[in-house]
Design a protein around this ligand. Structure first.
Ligand code: FMN
Length: 232
C-alpha cells in the first residue's frame, strides 16, 4: 500500500454526501470584466455524454465546416506548459479524404512490403476508410525547438486539445473518434504532415454525422477505485 492510501476508507464513507448538491450548482461571477456564467449541470452532462462514434454509425452527410472550425478553435484552449502550443492539425474533407486514403494506403504498402507482411485487404481498407467520414483531422505534436518542456508534456497537451474537439463535437451532436491505427506510428508517414524527427503523428480524428438516435452509453468503473484523497 502506498503512503497516500491511508485515508482510503474514510473517503469511501463520505463519497456521496455532497454529490447531489454539486449537480444542482451553476456558477455566475465576474472575473477581469468577463462574465463567467456556466451551467455546471449541462457541462457535467456534456462531459459524461462524450462518446467515440465510429464511421459505421455515420450517415454519410457532411458536417458543416463551421462546426469543424469551432472544434479547432476550441482545441487551441487546451492547457500548454510554457505555451508551446504543440498541436498541429491537418483537416481532410471532400476530395481531400480520397487523397488521405491514397496516401495512407501507399505508405502502408511500402512499409509492409519491406517488413514482408503486406496484406491487400488492409491496403484497400486504409484506402477506403477516410471516405466513410465527413472530415478527418490528422493529429500531430510539434516538438518545441528549444525543448522547453519534456516531450511527454507536449503529447499530453495535444491530448487535451483533442478532448476539447471531442467535447465540442458532442455539444453539436456530431460524432467523432480518435483512431491511432493505420499509419499513425510509421516514421514515413510524418513527412507529409510537415513533421520532423522529434515531432509525432498521434492519430486521426474521424468526424461524421451520427445516425438518427444513435448515441451509445459510456462505460466506466467507479472513480473511487482510482482516487485517493489525502486530507490529513
Ligand atoms: C489516444 C487514443 C487512441 C485511440 N485509438 C483508437 C483506435 O485506434 N481504434 C479505436 O477503435 N478506438 C480508439 N480510441 C478510442 C477508444 O476506443 C474509446 O475512447 C474507448 O472505447 C472509450 O469510449 P468513449 O470514447 O466512447 O468513452 C482511442 C482513444 C485514445 C484516447
Amino acid at each position: 500500500m502506498g503512503m497516500w492510501q491511508l485515508n482510503h476508507k474514510i473517503v469511501h464513507m463520505n463519497k456521496n454526501r455532497y454529490r447531489d448538491e454539486y449537480f444542482q450548482m451553476s456558477v455566475n461571477f465576474e472575473k477581469n470584466n468577463m462574465q463567467m456564467s456556466f451551467n455546471t449541470t449541462e457541462i457535467n452532462r456534456l462531459i459524461k455524454s462524450r462518446r467515440s462514434i465510429f464511421p459505421a454509425q455515420y450517415t454519410g452527410e457532411k458536417v458543416p465546416d463551421e462546426i469543424v472550425q469551432q472544434m479547432l478553435e476550441n482545441a487551441q484552449w487546451a492547457p500548454t506548459h510554457k505555451l508551446t502550443e504543440p498541436w498541429r492539425f491537418t483537416v481532410f474533407t471532400g476530395e481531400g479524404l480520397k487523397k488521405l486514403g491514397e496516401f495512407q494506403s501507399s505508405i502502408y504498402k511500402e512499409d509492409a512490403e519491406a517488413k514482408g507482411n503486406y496484406s491487400p485487404e488492409k491496403f484497400e481498407a486504409l484506402k477506403a476508410k477516410p471516405l466513410t467520414a465527413s472530415h478527418v483531422i490528422a493529429i500531430a505534436m510539434k516538438r518545441n525547438e528549444k525543448e522547453l518542456v519534456p516531450e511527454i508534456e507536449e503529447i499530453e497537451s495535444v491530448a487535451c486539445a483533442v478532448q476539447n474537439m471531442y467535447l465540442t463535437a458532442t455539444a453539436y451532436g456530431i460524432g467523432c473518434y480518435w483512431g491511432s491505427g493505420g499509419v499513425t506510428y510509421l516514421e514515413k508517414a510524418k513527412e507529409s504532415f510537415g513533421l520532423a524527427t522529434k515531432d509525432k503523428l498521434l492519430g486521426f480524428l474521424y468526424i461524421g454525422m451520427p445516425k438518427e438516435g444513435f448515441w451509445p452509453e459510456g462505460k466506466r468503473s467507479p472513480i473511487e477505485d482510482k482516487v485517493h484523497w489525502v486530507k490529513s
